[in-house]
Write a protein that binds this ligand. Structure first.
Ligand code: 13P
Length: 359
């Protein structure tokens, strides 16, 4: 079967109400989350946990693609299949995190710049051979006194655009992730101003670096008040502020916007995504979907606790959160969907161009 074009892959990533599942926590982040539940922090425990996720029956009903970490894409399931092959065999597009992390930025106290451009072309080629069809690069922006600065925004936007260009050259859809962090007591309005400034700069750099907008996906933060802000916002207020910001900054040629969850609770993330689609879906040029990590995984990780006996219940929880977010992408999430813990049957066959395409 011919490999779909990058444009077709990007569209598939946000089609049918589906979204992405981020399981690309770096070793440090994964260990921190495991430590909270006293789960052993070993490569084998990481593998078992990711195997639980990938083997979740019916996951492909709601998840179009999954983002893996370097360690995981080199590991195998108990069956001996690689993670990329196991995902592709049920119609879930394999993706890979390719940045090397956000590091302190020289001369810019309190700000970070993401590293990983050196040698990236060769790494992308290797990941593609392993079955990855899209990639992710995350830049972070903290809000505080005088930050983010222009220097930090421009350095990160330039790196995102260079990464995206290399991805397209190597046959991978770039997921471009500029994340404005939730930490702080800033208001919704400040987050909106910063997010707009960041996105406008990112798209200017993407244009300068000749990135094809039809063949990429944007992964931004939702526009939210800081977690310590005394004035929190309703889902409708978040939806209005986020869509207004995106309409000002994101060109219509981009096929999809998939939000990170960034530390929001699972339910709030679903409610806010749903509010955007209820209020605006029919009039937007791009799909508004999800690429959640914590907001899909957290309840399952807590149930699993590193115990084989809890695998099936953890998978039910994961299936449920994925289903809630599919409903939110369609603007159909509500208390009934949230309360419906009906479990899925055996893995659903979803024929598409990715089934069996990974090595
Ligand atoms: P969260 O949804 O947990 O923020 O993770 C998404 C992600 O991929 C961060 O880079």
């Amino acid at each position: 079967m011919a490999t779909p074009t990058l444009e077709a892959t990007a569209k598939m990533m946000v089609a049918d109400g589906k979204g992405l599942l981020a399981i690309d926590e770096s070793t440090g982040t994964c260990n921190k989350r495991f430590a909270k539940w006293a789960i052993p922090q070993t490569p084998e425990a990481h593998r078992l946990y990711r195997e639980l996720i990938v083997n979740t029956p019916g996951l492909n009903e709601s998840i179009s693609g999954a983002i893996l970490y370097d360690e995981t894409i080199r590991q195998q399931l108990d069956t001996g299949a690689s993670f990329a092959k196991a995902l592709a065999s049920v119609g879930i597009i394999p993706g890979i995190k390719v940045d090397l992390g956000a590091k302190e930025m020289a001369a810019f106290p309190g700000e970070k710049v993401t590293e990983g451009l050196d040698g990236l072309r060769a790494r992308l080629g290797e990941y593609r051979k392993m079955g990855a069809r899209f990639a992710k690069w995350r830049a972070v922006f903290a809000i505080g006194e005088g930050i983010p600065t222009r220097g930090c925004i421009e350095a990160n936007a330039h790196a995102l655009a260079r990464y995206a260009g290399l991805c397209q050259e190597e046959g991978l859809v770039p997921v471009v992730e500029p994340e404005v962090l939730m930490e702080g007591d800033h208001t919704l309005r400040v987050c909106s101003e910063v997010t707009e400034r960041v996105l406008v700069t990112v798209f200017e750099e993407l244009y300068i670096q000749r990135v094809k907008l039809e063949a990429m996906i944007l992964k931004p933060n939702m526009v939210l008040p800081g977690i310590d802000c005394s004035m929190q916002a309703s889902p409708d207020e978040v939806a209005d502020a986020t869509v207004r910001c995106l309409l000002r900054a994101v060109p219509a040629a981009v096929p999809g916007v998939v939000f990170l969850s960034g530390g929001q609770s699972s339910k709030l993330a679903s409610q806010r995504l749903n509010a955007m689609n209820v209020r605006y879906k029919s009039s937007l040029p791009w799909e508004l979907s999800f690429s959640f990590g914590r907001a899909i995984q957290e309840p399952a990780l807590e149930i699993w606790h590193g115990e084989q006996a809890n695998v099936a219940t953890a998978q039910e929880s994961l299936y449920h959160r994925a289903k809630c977010n599919r409903a939110a992408h369609r603007g159909e999430y509500n208390d009934v969907v949230e309360a419906d813990h009906q479990v899925s049957g055996p893995p659903t066959a979803v024929p598409n161009a990715y089934a069996g395409s990974a090595k």
